[in-house]
Design a protein around this ligand. Structure first.
Ligand code: NDP
Length: 333
């Protein structure tokens, strides 16, 4: 079977040569373990942080070891009483075609309830991130203006729609005209701006946010945030979810100082990681599932086919190649 290892720690934008493909035997399993055949695999921006040897909220990947991430797979063999051959499971597994894992470390999912891929997207980590960041920190109220960056991505597209469900006016910022149409026409955003073609983001934001910004859901950092901060209303809230524009910078990103905008607006800016909310995942999953069934929450998935394309799909996140959740399909069930 094939597997992918971290070959070296990338400097700047990662490339194909940061990954090593390797052939190895399918592992055998012991008592309490299952053998999982990888069907779909998630690539996520946070993985870039794990490629660096620095202290963070998740351990760095080790050099010359298999890269890990969210995987949906099928149980191929089981020596664990709670799972049998053919069951579909989700868990943190390797970038490899088969994984041997403790049965208690994966979660069985029911393919009848929702497509299995949703457990890596709208009903998985990105959906939960959107839910808690927006509702717990952003606390949007009816009639308020919510701006979200990275708006057409896995997290951002869900943030905007939950804000609409809560009665807010929603403005998205994203990087292509196709994404702008998707946000406005498919997801019902009130306005959307293409930051790549905008020559004055601050001014364009003023036009589409005539009442200012009450919640800014931060996914990207850098100049986009600088432009939004100027429009924060009194007591605005800024959930800081990500800063993807900085992940590949070799030098620390220095921008205009924002403290004065925060003081003037008495705004709250708060970072978070989705794991902070693990004790409430059940509650959020139920609510997200209900919204999806009711058709209030739509989701898109960009699915690249083939194990050999995993690095490409990952690198594509930094070029804006995905709409919604980026996944890789590795095998049929
Ligand atoms: P996305 O699906 O949004 O994919 C990444 C997107 O980011 C791309 O499609 C691209 O869209 C945009 N992007 C890439 N480079 C830049 C750049 N230089 N400037 C502006 N936009 C850029 O990923 P996710 O939804 O999975 O993640 C979104 C953010 O949330 C990330 O910052 C991630 O690290 C963070 N995150 C945080 C979590 C937490 O617990 N705090 C959990 C999960 C995610 P475009 O075409 O618009 O440029």
């Amino acid at each position: 079977m094939k597997q992918i290892l971290l070959a070296k720690r990338p400097k700047g934008m990662p490339g194909q040569d940061d990954f090593t493909f390797q052939e190895t035997e399918v592992p055998s399993i012991g008592e309490g373990e299952v053998l999982v055949k990888t069907l779909y695999l998630s690539v996520d921006p946070y993985m870039r942080g794990r490629m660096v040897d620095a202290k963070s909220y998740v351990e760095p990947y080790k050099l010359n070891e298999v890269i890990s991430g969210g995987v949906v797979g099928e149980v191929a063999e089981s020596q664990f009483s709670g799972l049998e051959k053919g069951d579909i499971v989700v868990g943190m597994l390797g970038w490899q075609e088969y994984s041997a894992v403790q049965g208690k470390h994966v979660r069985k999912i029911d393919p009848e309830v929702a497509p299995v891929t949703t457990s890596l997207g709208v009903l998985g980590m990105p959906g939960l991130t959107a839910y808690f960041g927006l509702l717990d920190i952003g606390e949007p109220k009816e009639g308020e203006t919510v701006v979200v960056s990275g708006a057409a991505g896995a997290v951002g597209s869900i943030v905007g729609q939950i804000a609409k469900i809560k009665g807010a006016r929603v403005v998205g910022i994203a990087g292509s005209d196709e994404k702008i149409s998707y946000l406005k026409e498919e997801l019902g955003f009130d306005a959307a701006i293409n930051y790549k073609t905008s020559d004055n983001l601050k001014k364009e934001l003023a036009e589409v946010c005539p009442d200012g910004v009450d919640v800014y859901f931060e996914n990207v950092g850098g100049e986009i945030s600088d432009a939004v901060f100027y429009h924060l209303n009194k007591f605005a809230r800024v959930p800081v979810c990500g800063a993807i524009s900085a992940y590949n910078k070799e030098e620390r990103d220095i921008g205009p100082r924002i403290q004065t905008t925060l003081i003037k607006s008495s705004a709250l800016m708060k970072g978070f990681v989705v794991g902070d909310y693990s004790s409430r995942f059940g509650e959020a999953s139920k609510e997200l599932g209900k919204w999806v069934r009711e058709g209030k929450l739509k989701y898109e998935e960009t699915i690249q086919e083939g194990f050999e394309n995993i690095p490409d799909a990952f690198l594509g996140l930094f070029k804006g190649e995905n709409i919604g959740k980026q996944l890789v399909k590795v095998a049929e069930p």
